[in-house]
Design a protein around this ligand. Sequence first.
Ligand SMILES: Nc1ncnc2c1ncn2[C@@H]1O[C@H](COP(=O)(O)OP(=O)(O)OP(=O)(O)O)[C@@H](O)[C@H]1O
Length: 625
Amino acid sequence: MQAEPEQNELPPMLASSWKRSRKWGVDPKSVQDELLTDGELEDRRERMRDLFQACSPVLETLYMQVRHSSFMVLVSDRDGYIVAKWGDPPFTDRASRVRLDIGANWEERVKGTNAIGTSLAESKPVSVWGNQHYCEENRFLTCYAAPLYSPTGELLGILDVSGDARLHHPHTLGMVITAAQACQARLLLHQARRELVLQMREADALMESMSHPMIAVDTDGQITRVNQSAARWLGHAMADCIGQPLTRWFDPDDVKVLLTRSDRDVSVLKPALADSDVSWVAKPIQDERKRTFRIHLTGRIPADSHSDKQEPVSNLVVGCPKVREVFELAVRIAPSPLTLLIRGETGTGKDRLARTVHEASGRKGAFVAVNCGAIPETLVESELFGYEKGAFTGARKDGYKGKFEAADGGTLFLDEIGDMPPASQVVLLRVLEEKKVTRIGSHRPIPVDVRVIAATHQNLEQAVAEGRFRADLFYRLREMELVLPPLRERTDLRLLAEHFLKKVEQELGRAIGVSDEVWPILEQHDWPGNLRELRQVIRQSAYQACLIRGVDWISLQDLPLLRREEPGSEKTVSLLSINDAEERAVAQAIQAARGNLSEAARLLGIGRTTLYRKLHKYPHLKPRC
Ligand SMILES: Nc1ncnc2c1ncn2[C@@H]1O[C@H](COP(=O)(O)OP(=O)(O)OP(=O)(O)O)[C@@H](O)[C@H]1O
């Protein structure tokens, strides 16, 4: 054991630290250690996950430099708790005896003068060698520590290299300082990347939140982005719209003008189909040299009545006994605090059921829906739990209230829960257990009163068996389970179809009937897209009947269902797009009118100019003279 140094032998920073240690009442002969429980340690590690993710290459390189030399690398959080270590026996065994180990607190108030504690107290790099340590048991050590800062200068913790005092070398401190600086640089890079993803996501969310249809096209006229509302209008899934030429839906001449004259501030486009009500405003997005990068099209529709999510719960169709049972049970359990898991194929009405539970629960707060599958892995936590101002560069100035806080007093609907990344599953489980959230960049847990409803179309039991989904979270979420049957097993298809037809009638402003021969076809289809697909088919058929054929009833020829599949396929029907249907209708009309275009236009119930425009789109249909 080395003797205590004289005060004047200590460097000034350490002399002040000794004074503080005395003031704290630390006993140099008997240390009262402060240790974390496993849960607390996990929590603190979790809060530094970003740092470890971004900086592990630096920390590993540092460890490679000191291994085999009775040295170890440690990281403490900003409260002095060691949360990570890299080292090898026998030195780590000796270090463990004085609790220089994961979970122990090395603040000065616990351990007296030591590199981690003093570096924290002074916010400066420091080395503490042998008998410069305040507590006798630590005097076999030599330690070098430097603060770890976030890119915005916030203290995150301490990087420390500790070893046998006999191997002390002043240069080691320089190495630790360099590594701490490299960590800050890597964090900056990491956060810049994350910020970029956030911004892209924000742009997507903005686009998605618009109730008006929006389409972005590149300078070649190809679609690069659409929102749900536009995808609905275009008659395809969002992913299928990307890369398609705009000329599939708009007059090619108009599109040509739009692309060549995209320097114009704003122009108005008329769609080739459904020419009646929707008009599209095009606005170029330009760089600083006024070169057009993208063109944004916003559709103006008279009423957004086909919007997915705005229907009052009382309007739901529950004509099938199986479904009625599910809804009745949902309403009965709604006032309880039970966590609910809703299962069912895509488009079976899980979202609607979750809203029903919320409305029947009497909870005054908001219903907040989150699609866990749509959030990039790195953003799940900031989205759910929020972040403090300055948590990372590019973070909003006032911080961000996560979805849990937004749903306080209400219901949080976690859709596609099976897609939640494993790391976020841990945090979610903790929030469910503790009913508190801690924003990223904060240490203050905020109590929340949130009823959680999760939904999935996946086989979660299998995901648990394959290790993709945590078993404890699965059981925590499934305090109560509701299962929605697929449309092919429902007995109320006709009621649903009539319900969707009513909405289209409102859009089109006229009553529309359905011919008898249509029903068996609808009943036979196996509806992989369930209610959403049925709604889409009804809408497309009604538009086809009214706007293309000019009649007030849907008959077989309007159904985008009648195309036969490849021979040998079990299915007899599959969907046609609005465009295919339009092309077919034009061909039939020209054939029926024996090439007389005025007559064909009359049969189609459209003007001659409109028919000419359509022939521009389908030049092979032009009658030969
Ligand atoms: N009982 C119902 N009566 C009338 N319309 C319904 C009913 N249930 C769902 N819908 C409609 O069906 C469509 C799909 O429903 P919803 O979005 O709730 O399905 P989901 O199962 O949550 O879909 P996903 O799995 O894709 O998230 C929506 O337009 C919704 O309004």
